[in-house]
Design a protein. Structure first.
Lengths: 329, 490
């Protein structure tokens, strides 16, 4: 069961808070630019070396068992295909409810993540299991639509029962330096979310530089995002360890600055237990153990769950079972 | 709140066989052990093996074997053939990497992740790099234009320290052999085992007898080696104090020397630095190998306007450092190499506190047996304090501040040493200006403690003279004086 604090914030509230953080009387693009560009730079080589060195931690026996169960509980089990059907979504929900029929002690993932039109189907299938339904919105994955369309997309998913909304930022606006537009869009979507949790997808593969990732992280937190998320999964590279490292530093320092905690969700390309454990090591050593729960850290993934289950079976029985002993969905 | 606890993940020590006692490696074979002394595991003070104290007669035999090998085989061999032996040694080092990593960790006390990921691979890389030079020396531009062709000195005496026993051996042996010299090497008294395992590698590679000789022992062995009349060149890495003794003892002789001595490097953080990476660089700069590194970034010079921010981030980072069992793959810091060194660190830090420095260490439980020192910050340090000028050679960072680039340079250069320095800023022009102003053999920009066989390394002032690595490093192992050999290949 995931407990998520519910916060309803209006766009005006968020703008007022942002003025406060920046110490300005009017929130202009100039003010946002000065603030974001005043953040310390990221040295690419150093950042990647740090991420790689954390990847060499050796997680064995009891720690591994703990990490596997923790990682399963943090998964947003995802299907985001044009070919998704009611049948496919129901079967994914069934998988979330019973991840491993051979072992009922296997924890359940945190949420099912689908397109907006599948929310009602997922909601009905999951009933009162406590597993959340997350919907991608705002003209996912490109975000290339007008604001009324994005807001309608968001409201539609919320009305269908989505507990969480995964929005995409306007990367075009971000890259052209129009931070105010990005900020305003996030605050408006946040307002449209009502009590639903907002995850802000930055699509770091399109932002390219680590400096941009840091700036986009701060901008998303300033605008009221409850989570910052790396990627849609539709652009390569998707989640990487160095990008997640920068986001974890950002949420840690944001809490020091404002007192409020924001979650992190790497998504796309995390397929193995080994990868997932590297991320958990990073969460623990960079942001701190306060982030080691589904409330504050999620994996956006589909095939990861089965590899975690395989490794879990291996730890329990001492032998690898193989792909035929885990259900595909 | 959950907590991610790492279960013990020890590397197995079964991979390496340690003999009860070792003789000396002279003329391709091990002598019978005699006059032995113990070498201990600094992490728990258990005796690992007994090794022999080489006396003047043993040194004499080793130098004679090296001379025979130089005149009979090695000095006459073509560079291409020498290169084959070096490539073979490099490959064997890679094949036996785990063995070397475990042995080095046991004998030195450094964490396995460093021996596994740094010491052993870099040692192999030095052999690969110099293997490539062996048949290309005439294109290396050695000597002045118009000079006679460069040739080997002959017999080289090499003395290496305990902080990187195998790596320093590689830094010395690889260029010496590539250029056609033969070697008598003395490993440090407290860390002889990886050099003795390297002797086995020489046998395995069928290196001709006498090309590499290894004599173990304390300072007396080193003295006998340095003063031996048939040694042509000396290469020493170690303390400035011993370096000065060596320089005095060879004054007036024809012996050449390179000395790589102490340091008190400034690691300079400007307010426009990439702060997170700078914090990592500070940590890597001083806590790598427990700070027992001659080029360690032991003096942090941080711009005054970001001092509090940097120290706060540094303290948070140090709380995640894992100090403990060197063979545990998750240990970031291991043991101090010897009681003597531990006592010196303790004495200097106490002196710093007495002079007014403020001392801070993260909470960490140190093992009860063995030689351990927690990672330590000394803040509020001034240039006049002993801890700001003397080399501590331990996991102790002294923190000073500056206001302008000019002041940073003045403070950084205000040292008897000049081995290395670090500069952290996102401003490219400032990096170039700083590198030009700093009197240090190596200046790292937005990184620290990076080593590569192709990059020369060495110091200014009391940090010594001569360069190791790269094309420059070859110069120290050749001379343009006429050859004493007849019919030698080049």
């Amino acid at each position: 069961m995931v407990t998520v604090s519910t916060t309803t914030r209006t766009a005006q509230d968020l703008t007022a808070q942002a003025r406060d953080v920046l110490g300005v009387s009017r929130l202009t693009n100039h003010a946002l630019t000065s603030w974001l560009h005043g953040l310390p730079g990221v040295d690419q080589v150093g950042c990647e070396a740090r991420a790689a060195s954390l990847g060499t931690r050796s997680i064995k026996t009891t720690s591994k068992a703990w990490a596997i169960d923790t990682a399963i509980g943090m998964i947003d089990l995802t299907t985001l295909e044009g070919s998704d059907t009611v049948g496919k979504v129901r079967s994914l929900c069934a998988k979330a409810l019973v991840p491993d029929p051979l072992d009922p002690t296997t924890p359940r993932p945190a949420a099912i993540c689908v397109y907006g039109d599948m929310v009602a189907t997922a909601k009905a299938a999951l009933a009162d299991s406590g597993i959340h339904v997350a919907a991608v919105a705002t003209a996912f994955p490109s975000g290339r639509a007008s604001m009324p369309v994005k807001l309608a997309d968001t409201r539609d998913a919320v009305e269908a029962g989505a507990d969480e909304i995964d929005m995409v930022i306007d990367r075009g606006a971000f890259l052209s330096g129009d931070y105010l537009t990005v900020f305003n869009q996030i605050t408006e979507v946040k307002q449209a979310c009502g009590t639903a949790h907002l995850k802000v997808i930055m699509e770091t593969g399109e932002l390219v530089t680590y400096d941009n990732v840091r700036r986009a992280s701060y901008l998303s937190m300033l605008a009221g995002g409850d989570f910052i998320k790396t990627s849609t999964g539709k652009v390569q590279p998707a989640a990487t360890l160095p990008v997640t490292l920068i986001m974890l530093e950002a949420v840690r320092d944001w809490r020091d600055l404002t007192g409020s905690q924001v979650g992190v969700k790497p998504a796309g390309g995390i397929k193995t237990t080994k990868d997932a454990i590297k991320y958990l090591v990073m969460v623990s050593e960079i942001a701190g153990d306060d982030w080691l729960s589904p409330e504050w850290f999620r994996f956006g993934a589909s095939s990861l769950l089965n590899d975690l289950i395989l490794q879990r079976q291996k730890l329990a029985t001492g032998a690898y079972s193989g792909a035929d002993y885990v259900t595909i969905d | 709140m959950p907590k991610f606890e790492y279960a013990p993940a020890p590397e197995s020590r079964a991979i390496v066989t340690i003999e009860k006692s070792y003789g000396l490696f002279i003329d391709g074979a091990f002598t019978r052990p005699k006059a032995t002394f113990p070498t201990v595991n600094p992490a728990d003070e258990t005796v690992l093996a007994e090794v022999s104290q080489a006396g003047p007669k043993d040194v004499d035999k080793a130098v004679a074997a090296a001379r025979r090998a130089y005149e009979g085989v090695w000095g006459r061999m073509s560079g291409a053939e020498r290169g084959k032996y070096l490539f073979r040694i490099a490959r064997i080092l890679q094949e036996r990497a785990r063995e070397f990593a475990v042995l080095e960790s046991l004998d030195n006390g450094k964490p396995i992740k460093e021996t596994r990921d740094f010491d052993v691979p870099t040692a192999a890389a030095h052999f690969f790099y110099h293997a490539g030079w062996a048949d290309k020396l005439e294109y290396a531009g050695l000597g002045a234009p118009g000079d006679a062709p460069a040739r080997a000195h002959g017999v080289v005496a090499q003395i290496v320290p305990w902080n990187f026993p195998l790596l320093m051996l590689a830094w010395k042996v690889a260029p010496a052999l590539a250029t056609g010299n033969t070697v008598v090497l003395k490993p440090a008294e407290t860390t002889p085992l990886s050099a003795l395992l390297f002797a086995e590698v020489c046998q395995q590679a069928d290196l001709p007898a006498g090309v590499v000789n290894i004599v173990t022992g304390d300072g007396r062995t080193g003295q006998a080696l340095v003063e031996h009349p048939d040694v042509d060149k000396i290469a020493f890495t170690g303390s400035t104090e011993v370096g000065k003794i060596i320089a005095r003892s060879i004054a007036g002789t024809a012996k050449k020397a390179t000395l790589e001595l102490g340091g008190k490097a400034a690691n300079i953080i400007f307010d426009d630095a990439p702060i997170e990476q700078a914090v990592e660089g500070i940590v890597g700069g001083i806590f790598f190998n427990q700070g027992q590194v001659c080029c360690a970034g032991s003096r942090l010079l941080v711009q005054e306007n970001i001092h509090d921010q940097v120290i706060a981030k540094l303290k948070r980072r140090l709380q995640t450092l894992r100090v403990g069992d060197p063979l545990d793959k998750n240990s970031d810091l291991g043991a101090i190499n010897s009681r003597e060194q531990l006592d010196r660190i303790t004495m200097l830090v106490d002196a710093g506190v007495a002079e007014g420095a403020e001392r801070w260490s993260p909470a960490c439980t140190l093992p009860t047996k063995g030689f351990w020192y927690p990672p330590t910050l000394l803040t509020g340090v001034s240039q006049t304090h002993r801890v700001a000028t003397e080399e501590i050679f331990g996991p102790v960072l002294t923190v000073l501040t500056f206001r302008t680039p000019q002041e940073a340079v003045a403070k950084a250069n205000n040292s008897a040493y000049g081995l290395s320095a670090g500069v952290w800023t996102e401003k490219g022009s400032r990096i170039l200006w700083m590198a030009d102003q700093l009197k240090a053999g190596v200046v790292w920009a937005n990184t620290f403690n990076r080593f590569d066989p192709s990059s020369p390394f060495g110091g200014y002032k009391e940090s010594g003279y001569g360069r190791e690595g790269g094309r420059h490093g070859l110069e120290a192992y050749v001379t343009t004086a006429p050859s004493t050999l007849t019919g030698a290949a080049r």
